[in-house]
Design a protein around this ligand. Structure first.
Ligand SMILES: O=C(O)[C@H]1NCC[C@@H]1O
Length: 344
């Protein structure tokens, strides 16, 4: 039977679904109204104020779920950018997303957002709200493969900061920036193991840390106040000394959302912290593993740089993304749940 849209009224939103290391990415192909603003950061503010019902429609149930993630392609004001992008999740709009950059790199080549793909790698410049991220997509015999990307400058914001965490007392955390700010803590501090403990327990501990850091640590970013917020907490296995063995983590971001991947922006921030502490050298590659799915990214610091007064590094992260399908979403006017809902 031929595919045909069901009865509906109003906009049709078409998407391509992918995943990177298990973490979903719903890329919006068509149906979004014009996103106003003269910069990617101002477009992020615009969608938050004027188009948030569409985020809820695509991220929430019944079309999405609590841990859904999305990307909206927008025009960029930077001439060398092939695409601009806004990221969305269960609570709002993030500033950086490594798993999405890995998926979007492939998508941009496969959907010819880059005119003439080159072998063995095609460069795709993706303007994220945090800045320009350069992705390099394996490309041979017309097929796309693995993707590596070079982050925006990443830095250690603060190390060994003690915060009072509800239910756990004083906890010492590191705060790093990899396009978004994260707090990092060894899960052992809570008697937990990132690969074996119940996800619910890991989420509760990480969320308590996020709440504590959000209320007790003032963040700032040299480029824009829009970037100066804590996106989430990453619990680790504590294996920060250089090793060829993988190190595991779980990232809990936005509104207690769980990343299924090792978290590209989290790997970026963690490598910056490890470099800052002298635990790794430039070009020493580490493997980062998701505690929940076992999927892996690699990460290494490739160059020293500055971000305002912060000593920073450019970090390279690599991983693979896969397509899972395409959909066209519609709404019926008499559907009481059409705006979406979330189950916690
Ligand atoms: O890979 C990343 O960086 C993202 N994954 C979900 C949370 C982060 O934005």
């Amino acid at each position: 039977m031929e595919m045909q849209l069901p009865p509906h009224e109003g906009d049709e939103l078409s998407v391509v679904d992918m995943h990177t290391g298990g973490e979903p990415l719903r890329i919006i192909l068509g149906g979004y109204p014009e996103v106003k603003g003269d910069s990617v950061l101002s477009k992020r503010r615009y969608v938050r104020e004027h188009l948030d019902h569409l985020r809820r429609m695509l991220m929430y149930e019944p079309r999405g779920h609590y841990d859904m993630y999305g990307a909206l392609i927008v025009d960029s004001e930077i001439p060398e950018a092939h695409v601009g992008v806004l990221f969305m999740h269960n609570e709002g709009y993030s500033t950086m997303c490594g798993h999405a950059v890995i998926a979007l790199g492939r998508f941009a080549v496969d959907y010819r957002l880059v005119k003439e793909p080159q072998s063995p790698e095609t460069q795709v410049n993706i303007h994220c709200p945090c800045g320009l991220v350069k992705a390099f997509v394996e490309y041979s015999n017309g097929k796309t493969g693995g993707v590596r990307f070079l982050s925006v400058p990443a830095f250690a914001f603060a190390t060994d900061v003690t915060v009072t965490v509800e239910g756990f007392g004083d906890v010492t955390v590191d705060v790093g920036y990899g396009g978004a700010f994260y707090a990092f803590v060894d899960a052992q501090r809570f008697g937990l193991d990132v690969t074996k403990s119940r996800t619910r327990d890991l989420v509760d501990a990480a969320t308590a840390v996020t709440n504590a850091v959000r209320s007790q640590v003032k963040l700032n970013h040299p480029i824009s106040d829009d970037l100066a917020f804590l996106y989430g907490t990453i619990l680790t296995d504590g294996k920060d000394d250089f090793s060829s063995d993988a190190t595991s983590n779980i990232c809990v971001f936005a509104e207690a959302q769980v990343d299924r991947s090792p978290t590209g922006s989290g790997v970026t921030a963690r490598v910056a912290l490890q470099y800052h502490k002298g635990l790794i050298q430039l070009n020493q590659t580490r493997t980062f593993q998701s505690g929940v799915t076992g999927s892996q990214f690699t990460g290494k610091a490739v160059e020293e740089t500055k971000c305002g007064d912060f000593r920073a590094v450019v970090v390279e992260v690599a991983g693979r993304a896969f397509y899972t399908g395409v959909s066209c979403f519609v709404q019926e006017p008499d559907d009481e749940l059409t705006c979406g809902f979330l189950l916690k």
